[in-house]
Design a protein around this ligand. Structure first.
Ligand code: F6R
Length: 609
């Protein structure tokens, strides 16, 4: 959840570390800090609040050393404060450490260390690691870190500076991401690639249970028990500007506008030229195994879970396999019924969400086949799953997920058609209908993005709304859930999504004069039923904004305003219809003066439970 940066080399350490942290602020941003080693002294400066507060403090600090580590924090143990900000130190000030993750046995360790005479300055779990290093240290930091790794339970990406080792940064990971950027006479450490992309495209992605000893001119990797590991260099192909705002006011708006390209990129090379077959050459699942699948469990969190809900509908329809869509934090703790032929599909933009990864690992440990749909090639999910379907959305920086969601849907549709074809549940003609519709989406998505001025107008009108409702049936209901989540998380307007037919079982009581209701009516087969439900809310005074396909003039008779979207096959309509809902949330957040890209209390990548 937190962001980590480390640097060793001859550049200005303050600039490299703070610049890297700026790129990682999306991982958490309630406090930040930096430690450098200069003239045999560890200098630690930290500040509660946004990174800019730390930058203000640093203005008068020279920080001339050639190695340093930095951290942006998203609080887990201990409220945001200067004391709780990282880096943390031991009693003697010989070590400085930054940490991402949770030390689960920190209370027990803290008691032991306090009994041994250590004095703590913060409420964090991380500080115990600094004291533990001090306690174990016998002059050999490498052996010390192996011993410390054995004592701490939980998840960690740890980076350590030590006064006695002015030429080395020490990094280790278990369950929290960490990469090493490789330069010429300089090296970098970070929780995520954008932090170092300005300087290098060559990285080592540390695997779970690995550590790295990083010097200016070499990087040595080991397992956590000290066995040397030879790493492959991963070459980052996307460029630094792709991770910048590119002229938009916010990353979220940029990412909404990138959806046509992201959809196109995710489709590229995965549909045969005659648009009749899905091509997934990297999939290791054999045709026999696909025919044997007796159920699918889709496991994910948040927006990725919403994508899974759409996935269920299409997988059941095209492949005729029963599908359950599970919230990862629930799934991992219940003994779900699975057979040897259950396929597990985990969906995670970041590929680092703790609960999703825990579910993935539990399923793998049971010998089940896990397919990950993720946007991050080197992520833990991508590396640990048996099969990976990458969504080529490019880096998603805004906390609110947009292009990751639409490309997750693309991946799920491709998977559904693929399984349907192999299981002979879809004819060539049926598959072609879906694939032709998918193929036309990038162009249609361009048109949908043009609804921005209308959505901006509604957002301004509803700027003072306290409650809103999103309704729809079938696939529209799944999209309504995602629309409501988007509005809540960045505008802070309360929003609820309801299956349109379910309103009258209770929620209708909340519909009063002028309450905004966004009604999705994109499915011709359910259209009349949805209109009946729209009439129910209209009769109670709601202001209804309807979304439907262009040419359906009928809806205007039942609602207050209509947004017409390009005509497409109803099955793929969700991929287009979510876009105006993303725009509505975006403009509502802007109108309310909110920090769109970094909404309060949220972080981009939830790498703790
Ligand atoms: C909401 C949002 C979150 C994420 C969720 C899972 O806009 O982005 O709900 O979808 O935290 O994250 P990933 O997909 O990275 O596992």
């Amino acid at each position: 959840m937190c962001g980590i940066v480390g640097y060793i080399g001859s550049r200005n350490v303050k600039e490299v570390v703070v610049g890297g942290l700026r790129k990682l602020e999306y991982r958490g941003y309630d406090s930040a800090g930096i430690a450098t080693l200069e003239d045999g002294k560890l200098k630690v400066i930290k500040s509660v609040g946004r990174l800019v507060n730390l930058e203000d403090k640093l203005v008068t600090e020279s920080l001339d050393g050639h190695l340093g580590i930095g951290h942006t924090r998203w609080a887990t143990h201990g409220r945001p404060s200067d004391d709780n900000a990282h880096p943390h130190q031991d009693c003697s000030g010989r070590f400085a450490i930054v940490h991402n993750g949770i030390v689960e046995n920190y209370l027990q360790l803290r008691e032991e260390l306090e009994a041994a005479g250590h004095t703590f300055r913060s409420e964090t779990d991380t500080e115990v690691v600094a004291h533990l290093i001090e306690e174990v240290y016998n002059g050999d930091l490498f052996q010390t870190m192996i011993a410390v790794g054995e004592r701490i339970h939980g998840a960690y990406a740890l980076v350590v500076l030590a006064k006695d080792h002015p030429d080395t940064i020490f990094a280790m990971r278990k369950s929290s991401p960490l990469i090493v950027g490789l330069g010429q006479e300089e090296n970098f450490i970070a929780s995520d690639i954008p932090a170092i992309l300005e300087y290098t495209r060559n990285v080592y992605v540390l695997d779970d249970g690995e550590m790295a000893v990083v010097r200016k001119d070499r990087v040595d990797c080991f397992t956590l028990d000290g066995i040397p590991v030879l790493k492959d260099v991963y070459q980052v192909t996307w460029d630094a500007v792709a991770a910048e705002r590119g002229g938009y006011d916010h990353f979220m708006l940029k990412e909404i506008h990138e959806q046509p390209k992201a959809i196109r990129d995710t489709l590229t090379g995965r549909i045969s030229e005659d648009l009749s077959r899905v091509v997934l050459p990297d999939l290791t699942l054999s045709d026999d195994k696909i025919r044997a699948i007796d159920r699918i469990h889709i496991v994910a969190c948040g927006t990725s879970w919403h994508a899974g809900l759409v996935g269920k509908v299409v997988l059941e329809k095209y492949a005729r396999i029963p599908v359950d869509v599970e919230i990862a934090s629930e799934y991992r703790y219940r003994d779900a019924v699975r057979t040897d032929n259950t396929l597990i599909v985990v969906i995670s933009q970041s590929g680092e969400t703790a609960d999703t990864l825990a579910a993935l690992r539990e399923c793998k440990a049971r010998g089940l086949h896990v397919l990950a749909i993720t946007n991050v090639v080197g992520s833990s999910a991508a590396r640990e799953a048996n099969d990976v379907l990458v969504t080529w959305a490019g880096p998603e920086i805004a906390v609110a997920s947009t292009k990751a969601y639409t490309t997750q849907l693309i991946a799920l549709y491709l998977l559904a058609v693929h399984l349907g074809q192999i299981r002979a549940e879809l004819t060539l003609a049926q598959a072609r209908d879906v694939l032709v519709a998918l193929d036309s989406l990038p162009q249609l998505a361009e048109q949908v993005v043009d609804t921005a001025p209308h959505m901006e107008q509604f957002a301004k009108e509803w700027v003072h709304a306290e409650h809103t409702f999103f309704i729809g049936r079938g696939l529209d209901y799944s999209v309504a859930l995602e629309g409501a989540l988007k509005l809540k998380e960045i505008s802070y307007i309360h929003a609820e999504a309801y299956a349109a037919g379910e309103l009258k079982h209770g929620t209708l009581a909340l519909i009063t004069e002028g309450v905004p209701v966004i009604a999705l009516a994109t499915q011709p087969s359910l259209y009349e039923k949805t209109v009946s439900n729209i009439k129910e809310v209209k009769a109670r005074g709601a202001f209804v904004l309807g979304l439907t396909w262009v040419g359906n003039e009928d809806l205007a008779k039942s609602v207050d305003a209509v947004i017409y979207l390009p005509l497409t096959a109803p099955d793929v309509a969700p991929i287009l219809h979510v876009i105006p809902l993303q725009l509505l949330a975006y403009y509502a957040a802007v109108s309310r003066g909110n920090d769109v890209d970094k909404p309060r209390n949220l972080a981009k990548s939830v790498t703790v439970e």
